[in-house]
Design a protein around this ligand. Structure first.
Ligand code: SAM
Ligand code: SF4
Length: 341
């Protein structure tokens, strides 16, 4: 009888029933934030988990280590705002000791305080959120006044040699008239501007009419640039983006079309919320509590395997655009701020 191969058994835990291997773990460090983006959280805030239910830095590290043993090679820290955790530096230090590509998604407000940490802990790329290039509009969408700081921090990151991706959630009638201005940012800055289709989450007043689709973004691009100057770039299987470049621009732009053109076939992502629950899909309201068995000293591989095995093929069953018209399919989901985008 042949002995089972221990390594491949471990790796199999992260392979779902459609053969998708999950090697990319997104960890939310906190449900809190120093901004209040309208598309991410309701105006009256969210019910926060009790502090004792939030993973400590040791727990984050030990759980992440387990995932790495199972085949995770990339970890993204997110939130809420990951950099407002008091122990953010310590978490970066601990996770940097694992054999993974470590990165983070941030609103950029306090990035300047972390430049040395990022360098020390091998962070090479960062995603920074910026939804309008107009100070007033930025204030409206974030319900806070940090536009200048965020813009300066984005430039600082570029100057310091980091690869920067700028995330911009487009909302019809609000910032869709800035698509070209955002793309023009990539003329002199070697950044990737990423337009994200607005997605429905609890309390964010989503409505299909507010969506700016991939198709609409591309028509706007077609109207403003000569065809021969719009270059389609190659996307990797696991990319969530469809990437483009304007000829002679230093940077690129890309579209994340989670609503009109999902990219679930190549999904390699698994999410861990700040209170230690696995979410096997951004659109799934079901969660698997990993932290309780972990704290009880039970093996967490069983929970992880079950969560991965129950992952559905496309957007937790919202396989057509029409299904977005059924609020019961997406309105029970947490607000994005407590998931970690
Ligand atoms: N605070 C950090 C930030 O803003 O980058 C990290 C957390 S935030 C939840 C992660 C990403 O999710 C951000 O780029 C944000 O724009 C995106 N996001 C939040 N709500 C969204 C929604 N309803 N639709 C699309 N993207 C959303
Ligand atoms: Fe905070 Fe990021 Fe959500 Fe804005 S998108 S409220 S910055 S977590």
């Amino acid at each position: 009888m042949t002995k089972p191969n221990a390594k491949s058994n471990i790796e199999n835990i992260l392979t779902d029933t459609f053969g998708r291997k999950h090697n990319y773990l997104r960890i939310s460090l906190t449900e809190r934030c120093n901004l209040r983006c309208t598309y991410c959280m309701p105006a009256d805030g969210v019910q926060l988990s009790p502090k004792a239910h939030i993973m400590t830095y040791e727990e984050i590290y030990t759980i992440a280590k387990e995932f790495v043993k199972m085949g995770v090679t990339k970890i993204r820290l997110t939130g809420g705002e990951p950099l407002i955790r008091k122990d953010a530096s310590l978490i970066l230090e601990k996770l940097a000791s694992l054999p993974v590509q470590l990165t983070l998604t941030t609103n950029g407000v306090v990035v300047d305080r972390f430049i040395n940490d990022f360098k020390k802990y091998g962070i090479k790329t960062l995603n920074i959120s910026l939804d309008s290039l107009n100070e007033k509009k930025n204030e409206e969408i974030t319900r806070r006044s940090y536009f200048k700081k965020v813009y300066q921090n984005m430039i600082l990151l570029v100057k310091e040699g980091f690869k920067v991706k700028v995330n911009c959630v487009l909302i019809k009638g609000f910032n869709d008239n800035e698509i070209i201005d955002f793309i023009k940012l990539s003329r002199d800055l070697p950044i990737q501007v990423r337009f994200i289709e607005f997605m429905p989450f609890d309390g964010n007043q989503w409505n299909k009419k507010k969506l700016v689709s991939l198709e609409e973004i591309l028509s706007e691009v077609d109207l403003n640039f000569k065809k021969e100057n719009i270059i389609k770039l190659k996307d990797a299987l696991n990319d969530t983006t469809k990437s483009y470049k304007i000829r002679d621009y230093k940077g690129t732009f890309a579209i994340i079309s989670s609503v009109t053109n999902p990219f679930c076939d190549g999904c390699n992502r698994i999410r861990l919320t700040a209170n230690g629950h696995i979410k096997n899909c951004l659109f799934s309201s079901k969660e698997s509590d990993l932290l309780t068995p972990f704290r009880a000293g039970e093996p967490i591989s069983v929970v992880i395997k079950k969560a991965i095995q129950s992952k559905r093929k496309i957007r937790n069953g919202m396989d057509t655009l029409d299904k977005f018209n059924q609020p019961e399919l997406h309105s029970n989901n947490r607000s994005m701020i407590t998931i970690g985008g």
